[in-house]
Design a protein around this ligand. Structure first.
Ligand SMILES: Cc1ncc(COP(=O)(O)O)c(C=O)c1O
Length: 404
C-alpha cells in the first residue's frame, strides 16, 4: 500500500497509482513471475509466432470473460486497446462491404485515453482542448450522470430517459454507425460517475436492435474494481468488443488487450489479404507482461481477493454514508471498490480551484489522492487493510471540514 519517499515518509497509495495496482506494490509473487519469465524469454514478435506465456494468458482470461468474447488482440495499454476496438469495428463493416457504416457514438463525460482516436471518442475536456484539430468527429450522447441529470430528472422519478438521445440517433442513423463505445457502469476520469445498471442494459439492447457494435471500455473497471471481475458481468450484458488494460498485470507492466466475438472476428477471416487487420505494436503480447498477468490471475485463483474486495466495499459504503450528511458534499457515489465524493463547488469541473488545495492537503497527511476537480475518490489496491482505508476517509473528512 505504501510508497516510501527519499526523506523517509510513507504515503498510502489510495488510487492504486492511476488505477493499475491490485495486489500491492512490489508484490513478491508477481515480481518473481516476471524474473522467472525473463530467464526464459523476454519478448517475441507476436505476428506469425506466439509463446507460452501469451497462450496461457489467453486461456486464463477466458475463464473470467463472457464465453462469447473468444478472440483476443494484444496491444500496449488502455489507449491502444481502445484504438484497436474502434478500428476493428470500422473495418468489420468495411470487410463486409458496408463501408458507409463507419461512424462512432460516444458518451458525454467519457474518457478513453490520450492517443488521437481515444481522445476523439473522449468528451471535450482540458485534456483534449489543445488538440481539437486532431479529434475526428463522433456523435456524442447523454450519459446517465444522475446528480447532474441532463434532463433535470431525479433517479427516483426517472425511467432512464437519458438513453432516449441514443435511441433517436440510432433510429435515424444506424445505417452509418459502426459502434457505440461506453465505459460500462463507471465513467472514471470524467468524474467517477456511476450509472444505473439499466442504462447499460438499454444501450446493449439498442445496439443489438440497430445492428451497431457495442464496445465496452473496461480499462478502468476490469479486474474487479466494481466488485465483479468485469462491470459487464454486473449488468449481465455481453459487449461485441471489450478493452482491458490497467489491472491486467496487477499494475506491474504496460499491457492492453481487445476482445471480440466470433461475429466481429469472422469478417477478418478471408482469402482477401486487404481484409487483414493491419495493426501491430512492437511490444504486443510482451512475455514479461504476460507472466505478470498470469500471476495476477493466479492470485485471484488462490488468495481471498474477493473477500478483500467485499470488506473494502463495505467500508466504502459506511464511510460514504457519513460523508453524505456533510453540507459541503453534493453527492457520494460508489461501485464496489470505488468510493467518490462530489463536493459542492461554484467552479465544478476538472479545473476547480479546490483540486490543488485538496491534493496538497492529502499528501501532507501521507495519503495519495488525486481529486478529479471537485470530485474526491478512493480506488485503492485490494490489499489495503481496514484501518488504512479508514485513515484515508478520516483525512478526506478532515479536508472537507478544513478547506470548504
Ligand atoms: C476507461 C479508460 N479507458 C482508457 C484509458 C487509457 O488507458 P492508458 O492510460 O493505459 O492509455 C483510461 C485511463 O485512465 C481509462 O480510464
Amino acid at each position: 500500500m505504501y510508497l516510501h519517499t527519499a526523506d523517509g515518509r510513507r504515503i498510502i497509495d489510495a488510487i492504486s497509482s492511476w488505477w493499475v495496482n491490485l495486489h500491492g506494490h512490489a508484490n513478491p509473487r508477481i515480481a518473481a513471475a516476471i524474473a522467472e519469465q525473463a530467464k526464459k524469454l523476454e519478448h517475441l514478435i507476436l505476428a506469425g509466432f506466439s509463446h507460452e506465456a501469451a497462450e496461457e494468458l489467453a486461456a486464463r482470461l477466458r475463464k473470467w470473460l463472457p464465453s462469447d468474447l473468444r478472440h483476443l488482440f494484444f496491444s500496449d495499454d488502455g489507449s491502444t486497446a481502445v484504438e484497436v476496438a474502434l478500428k476493428l469495428a470500422v473495418q468489420h463493416f468495411q470487410n463486409l462491404e458496408r463501408p458507409e457504416k463507419a461512424e462512432i457514438v460516444a458518451l458525454a463525460h467519457g474518457y478513453h485515453g490520450d492517443t488521437a482516436g481515444a481522445m476523439s471518442v473522449s468528451d471535450e475536456s482540458p485534456f483534449t482542448e489543445p488538440f481539437r484539430s486532431m479529434r475526428y468527429p463522433v456523435h456524442r450522447v447523454h450519459s446517465a450522470y444522475c446528480y447532474r441529470c441532463p434532463l433535470g430528472l431525479t433517479r427516483e422519478n426517472c425511467h432512464i430517459e437519458c438513453v432516449g438521445q441514443l435511441e433517436k440517433l440510432l433510429e435515424e442513423r444506424a445505417a452509418k454507425i459502426a459502434a457505440v463505445i461506453v465505459e460500462p457502469l463507471l465513467q472514471g476520469a470524467g468524474g467517477m460517475i456511476v450509472h444505473p445498471v439499466e442504462f447499460l442494459q438499454k444501450v446493449r439492447r439498442l445496439c443489438t436492435k440497430h445492428d451497431v457494435l457495442l464496445i465496452a471500455d473496461e480499462v478502468l473497471t476490469g479486474f474487479a474494481r466494481t466488485g465483479k471481475m468485469f462491470a459487464c458481468d454486473l449488468a449481465n450484458i455481453v459487449p461485441d468488443l471489450m478493452c482491458i488494460s490497467k489491472g491486467i498485470t496487477g499494475g506491474f507492466l504496460a499491457m492492453g488487450a481487445t476482445l471480440c466475438t466470433d461475429r466481429v472476428e469472422g469478417a477478418f477471416r478471408s482469402e482477401n489479404r486487404t481484409h487483414t487487420f493491419y495493426h501491430g505494436h512492437s511490444y504486443t503480447g510482451n512475455a514479461l507482461a504476460c507472466a505478470a498477468a498470469n500471476m495476477n490471475l493466479q492470485i485471484f485463483d488462490d488468495e481471498p481477493v474477493f473477500d478483500r474486495i467485499r470488506t473494502l466495499a463495505k467500508i466504502n459504503g459506511e464511510r460514504l454514508a457519513q460523508l453524505r450528511a456533510m453540507h459541503q458534499v453534493g453527492e457520494t457515489r460508489q461501485i464496489g471498490t470505488m468510493g467518490a465524493v462530489e463536493l459542492v463547488a461554484d467552479d465544478a469541473g476538472y479545473l476547480s480551484g479546490l483540486r490543488p488545495k485538496l491534493y496538497a492537503f492529502f499528501l501532507d497527511r501521507g495519503v495519495l489522492l488525486r481529486p478529479l476537480g471537485n470530485v474526491v475518490y478512493v480506488l485503492p489496491p485490494y490489499v489495503i487493510e481496514p484501518d488504512e482505508l479508514h485513515r484515508v476517509y478520516d483525512v478526506i473528512t478532515e479536508a472537507i471540514e478544513t478547506l470548504l
